[in-house]
Ligand binder design. Structure first.
Ligand SMILES: NC(=O)c1ccc[n+]([C@@H]2O[C@H](COP(=O)([O-])OP(=O)(O)OC[C@H]3O[C@@H](n4cnc5c(N)ncnc54)[C@H](OP(=O)(O)O)[C@@H]3O)[C@@H](O)[C@H]2O)c1
Length: 260
């Protein structure tokens, strides 16, 4: 991937950080985006030194529309062509719908849905003009069914899966591919932030973030539409497809009990 540049949102921790490391290992230059500047700077320095790649940072709160646009404009001001866009930044909240502050729900939709859509819309025309590009969107196994007690998060990820698969087909024969990465529980800061670490799936079958990133990068470079890393996650998504919707809803509810 020498001479290719990858922009990764949410690169300051977790899966995004590991995606950055995976792409750098393959020789790609990086643009790392998130809010925590100190973390981005440290990662950019580390990966540039380890892999002899260029790594730049852009700090942005992507739940704010003007800052999303600014990320795109900043890459243009710096003359950076983005060959691969990775929409990874996202967060979840586990609680009853009516107990989550409205502001937090709207922030989640702004980040998980609007920023991802907006960045895709901003960077896609350049890729189409060059007849080459890759987009990687982070969904989750949450995308495959409704999530009682995590309702809005699951709904945002269903949107990501639906949008990504539709675009994958729409963009056939353009040289641009859209890949959806749908991990299950993964050991990052996400579980604690979302208050989901006590759930059975998180306790019993969480994956390593590097393994998830590796699967995502491979699928992206192969132009696949969807990748679900891990055997348990594959079984869960398959069950969600073949079981009656009411069963799936009931089981998902049991798998996401609120903390006492
Ligand atoms: N971990 C899991 O179990 C799991 C499972 C399935 C899917 N996913 C998805 O994987 C993606 C990455 O999550 P993760 O597990 O790596 O979580 P994480 O460790 O909490 O990382 C989240 C990243 O998003 C960034 N971010 C959060 N809010 C932001 C904002 N308003 N503007 C810009 N950046 C923001 C954070 O950086 P700053 O705080 O520095 O801004 C951080 O770099 C998410 O889309 C998540 O939904 C995670």
């Amino acid at each position: 991937m020498r001479n290719l540049r990858v922009l990764i949102t949410g690169a300051s921790s977790g899966i995004g950080r590991e995606l950055a490391a995976e792409f750098a290992e393959r020789g790609a230059d990086l643009v790392l985006v998130a809010r925590r500047q100190d973390r981005l700077e440290a990662l950019a320095r580390e990966l540039a030194a380890q892999h002899a790649v260029q790594a730049e940072i852009v700090t942005a709160d992507l739940s704010r529309e003007e800052e999303v646009r600014n990320v795109f404009e900043e890459t243009q001001r710096r003359g950076l062509t983005i060959d691969v866009l990775v929409n990874n930044a996202g967060f979840g909240v586990m609680d009853r719908f009516q107990n989550v502050p409205t502001e937090r729900l709207l922030q989640m939709i702004a980040l998980n849905v609007s920023a991802l859509t907006h960045l895709t819309r901003l960077f896609l025309p350049g890729m189409l003009e060059r007849k080459s590009g890759r987009i990687l969107n982070l969904a989750s196994i949450a995308a495959f069914q409704p999530g009682p007690n995590v309702a809005v998060y699951f709904a945002t990820k269903a949107y990501v899966l639906s949008l990504s698969e539709a675009l994958w087909l729409e963009l056939r024969r353009t040289g641009v591919t859209v890949t959806c990465l749908a991990p299950g529980p993964t050991r990052t800061d996400f579980g604690a932030g979302a208050a989901m670490e006590h759930t059975p799936l998180f306790r019993m079958s969480s994956m390593d973030a590097r393994a998830v990133a590796k699967a995502g990068v491979r699928a992206t470079l192969a132009g696949k539409s969807l990748v679900v890393p891990g055997f348990v996650n594959k079984v869960l998504t398959l069950s969600a497809k073949i079981w009656p919707r009411r069963w799936v809803l009931w089981v998902t509810g049991r798998l996401h009990p609120l903390k006492d």
